[in-house]
Design a protein around this ligand. Sequence first.
Ligand code: TXA
Ligand code: MG
Length: 310
Amino acid sequence: MRISIDQAAKILNEAGVVGVPTETVYGLAASLSHPEAIDQIFSLKKRPQDNPLIIHVVSTEQILPFAQSLPPSFQDLANAFWPGPLTMIIPIIPETINPHVRADLPTAGFRIPQHLQTRQLIEKAGPLAMPSANLSGRPSSTCASHVEEDFGSDFPVLDGGCCVRGLESTILHYRDGEWLIVRLGALSSELFESVLGYQPRVVGKEKARLCPGQFHRHYAPKANLMMDRRFPPANIPCIVGFSDREYPPGKKVLTLGSSIDPAGVATNLYHVLRQLDKEAIPLAWVDVDFPSDGLWITIAERLHRAASKK
Ligand code: TXA
Ligand code: MG
C-alpha cells in the first residue's frame, strides 16, 4: 500500500513500521524512540536478534548525542561521502541507544542517506533505525513492489521509485588505527584513498565479529545459481548475463545490463535475483566473467552469497 510522506511520519510517530526508499535499497523503518517498533522490525523480517540495525540521520549533529567518541577521519569521511551510501560504525554511549537496535554492542552504525524523500521523512519523524526491507536471507528490495512482495500488498510503503544505487551502503569500522570495510557496498574501496590516504582493507575472517550481519545467509533467491566462467552447460534452462554478450540460443536470459557498466549492473542486480523467484526458475547459470575491481568486487560478493546455500 503506497503512502505519502505525512502518512509515513504519522505511522512512525505512532510506533509503526513503514517501507522507505533510499538511494541504496529500500529500508524497513522504525523511529529510534519507539522500542516496540524496533522489535516489530525484527519479527517482520524474521531477523536474528544478534544482527544490529543502522541508524539513519540527516546531519552529523544528530549523531553527537549518541557518540562516545569520533574516530580519526570521521569528519573527513562524512564531508566526502555524506549524504550517501556510507555507514560508519562508531563507539556509542550505551544508555543513549536501545540495546535491541545495536544488538547489545557498545557501537552503532550511522548513515546519512541521500534520497530526498528519506531525508524529508527523517526531518519529520527523527532518526530512523532501518535495515533493508526484505525478509531475512532474501535479496534486498530496490523498488516499492519488492517490499510488497515480501511483506504483503497492505504493508505501508513510501514509493520513491527504484533505487539508483541498487546495492547497500559500504560499512566502515575503525579498529586498531585503521578503517576497515566490514561490508562491501555501493562505494568501492578505491574511493576512500583520496580521503584516508589508503584503501581500507576488506575484513575476512573477523567479519562475523565486526559485522554480525555478514555471518547470516543473505541475498539469496530460491533458485540454485551456478557461478562459472566457462560456457553454460547444455542442460541449463536460464542464464543470468549481460546485454552485450551472445549466449547459446533457446535459453531464457535475464540481463544484468551492459558488461562495461558496473553501476548499471548494480542497479539491476536484486531485481534480477528476485525475477528468478517470480518466474519459479529452479536453476540458472550466472556469467561471472567480469573484472575484479571497483564495484565489480561488491557485485561478485553479492552473487557468491546469493549462490551459497549456507
Ligand atoms: O544501504 C544500507 O545500508 C541499507 C539502507 C536501508 O540504508 N541498510 C542495510 O541494513 O543494508 P541491513 O540491516 O540490511 O544491514 C546492516 C548491516 C548488518 O550486516 C549489520 O550486522 C551491520 O550493518 N551493523 C549494524 N550495526 C552494526 C554495529 N554496531 N557493528 C557492526 N555491524 C553493524
Ligand atoms: Mg540487509
